[in-house]
Write a new protein. Structure first.
Lengths: 270, 298
């Protein structure tokens, strides 16, 4: 049984809500039923077969081809199964994802992996603001799972992060790790201003020395036993984080944000 | 049955169900991992008065441990799950947390989850940090030598305790030499521990006593100095008896350990003063697991 493949026929002017097209909603549906599903696009509703050419029937493995930045809510609350997005994804990619895998070959928009609970989200390109964050007004961002971004991430990465791991091979924008409650964010590239702003707990793991706010205090240089285990856990993913040369256990430790609870830490490779 | 001049008695060892767990202790080097493991498994020879039975299962090379450092696997056995959990927590807190450079990890992934470092984290006084790595929760507790890293829980499983055999020899040095040979061979068997000092017990017990406050007392039938005073199980040439007690995760593990141990004793043979192999039981009334010596050695 080949993967259910949705090939975009044209690029609509309005954004499209792709949330009905997740594996658990399509289970036990035949191709005709899937084709008849209506997707919200602006004020209109579009049938799936009006927007996509359909092939394959394995609803637990979905491929979205010719995807572009206006396809929002891809993999919303995904609960098992795999989604591959060939091209760019819009906003709210993997919103509230519960389990399963999403891989995007291009870029992703705002709020990717937002309030994600479990599973694996991989973005080969860049991603917008609030990666793994919380929806506006909500107090809890990502609560579990793993997000890998191979490019750069926007501002407010891991805003209100509660649990889980975010790996960024490129750079991260301002306010990275803001208001974190726990969890881990690792950034191989550079970070912007206000790193860890108002973070309560959690770990920011950096390869490059950051611009630190005055509310982070130097705790000295240390060899930490948990770091080799953390890197070992990344060894199976398709990433530079999996390379043995990426691993280290000697870090400069900064504690903060002292303007908040101050139990968070920024660990910088020595 | 006679092996190399050693008589294998037509009797059986009687064992009973226990709860077991395993923990992995790592440290900067094997020396310090062993020190922590020895402390943790100290005073844990018998549930009669120690609360649990514990021992070192084996040493682990760096590629076998979660944090890539030299380590030691320790196993603990108790009659009930609550006792086991309490003993584990107390011993981990007093013996491993305190030991320089140590880290503590689960040695059993399945089973009922019991606290390993879950409560030790409070030693961190609010500075402790939780990390979930590959689905497992760990605690980083700040201590004076750096950080104590511990997994939150380990697994508790059903197990078997009290497997045993007795080595009957012509002299005390010969009995001890035979037991040392047996222990050396048995330590290569996974999933078992021999909880007594050096794996050997010289004070095997029987159930009950003439003193009402004691529920166990010396096994007079196997005491060589009482041959003329009690209903003895010893022939005139036997001058010393020593016992090896085995706790294991399954009855198959214990049977294998017994077989390997008895074989090592028999390899020394009658020429080295070993006369008989026997076993301790309570007439089959106490424990559901019976290890018949002649079946094991067949």
């Amino acid at each position: 049984m080949s993967a259910l493949t949705l090939t975009l026929k044209y690029r609509p002017d309005q954004r499209v809500d792709m949330s009905p097209l997740v594996c658990q909603h399509l289970q036990d549906k035949d191709p005709a039923e899937i084709a008849a599903i209506e997707l919200q696009s602006g004020k209109c509703k579009l049938r799936v077969d009006a927007l996509f050419k359909l092939s394959g029937s394995d609803t637990q493995n979905i491929i979205i081809r010719n995807s572009f930045e206006k396809l929002d809510f891809i993999g919303k609350e995904l609960d098992g199964g795999n989604i591959i997005v060939e091209g760019d994804a819009g906003a709210y990619l993997g919103l509230g994802m519960k389990s399963g895998e999403i891989k995007v070959t291009g870029n992703a928009g705002l709020y990717a992996g937002c309030e994600m609970k479990k599973g694996y989200l991989e973005i080969a390109g860049n991603t917008g603001d609030f990666l793994g964050g919380a929806l506006p007004g909500n107090k809890m961002g990502m609560k579990g799972g793993l997000i890998l971004v191979k490019g750069n991430a926007g501002e407010r990465v891991g805003d209100h992060l509660r649990r889980g791991t975010i790996l960024i091979e490129g750079n991260a924008g301002d306010y990275c790790g803001s208001r974190m409650t726990a969890g881990t964010i690792a950034i191989m590239g550079k970070t912007g201003r206000y790193l860890g702003y108002a973070m309560r707990r959690g770990t920011l793991l950096l390869w490059h020395p950051p611009i630190l706010s005055a509310s982070f205090n130097d705790c000295g240089t240390h060899t930490l036993a948990f770091l080799p285990m953390l890197f070992k856990a990344f060894s199976s993913i398709n990433s530079r984080f999996a390379e043995s040369s990426a691993a280290f256990n000697r870090v400069q430790r900064y504690a903060g944000d002292m303007a908040e609870m101050g139990r968070g830490e920024i660990l910088v490779k020595k | 049955m006679i092996i190399n001049g050693v008589t294998i008695d037509a009797t059986f060892a009687e064992a009973f169900p226990m709860k077991a767990t395993r923990a992995i202790i790592t440290a900067q080097n094997e020396k310090w991992a062993l020190i922590a493991a020895q402390a943790m498994t100290g005073f844990a020879t018998s549930v009669i008065a120690c609360g649990c039975e514990a021992g070192i299962e084996r040493t682990l090379s760096p590629d076998e441990t979660p944090d890539g450092r030299p380590g030691v696997a320790v196993m603990m056995f108790a009659m009930g799950g609550k006792t086991l959990a309490k003993q584990l927590e107390t011993r981990a807190g007093q013996c491993v947390l305190t030991s320089p450079t140590s880290a503590l990890f689960a040695g059993i992934d399945g089973g009922i989850r019991i606290a390993l470092g879950k409560n030790l984290r409070y030693f961190g006084d609010g500075f402790q940090i939780s990390k979930v790595i590959a689905g497992k929760r760990y605690w980083r507790v700040p201590v004076m030598d750096g950080e104590f890293l511990t997994e939150a829980t380990t697994g508790q499983v059903e197990a078997v305790g009290g497997g045993n055999f007795l080595v009957l020899a012509e002299s005390q040095p010969q009995a001890l030499a035979a037991c040392e040979a047996a222990i050396e061979a048995m330590r290569k068997i996974p999933n078992v521990i021999m909880p007594f000092p050096g794996g050997v017990v010289r004070s095997g017990s029987k159930v009950g006593s003439k003193y009402k406050t004691l529920n166990a007392s010396t096994n007079d039938a196997f005491c060589p100095t009482l041959k003329g005073m009690t209903k003895t199980d010893l022939s005139p040439e036997i001058e010393s008896v020593m016992e090896i007690v085995i706790d294991g995760l399954t009855k198959e593990d214990i049977a294998l350990a017994m077989r390997v141990g008895i074989q090592a004793v028999c390899d020394l043979g009658a020429a080295k003063g070993i006369k008989r192999i026997s076993a301790g039981n309570y007439g089959g009334k106490l424990g559901p697991f019976h290890f018949h010596l002649q079946e094991i050695m067949a």
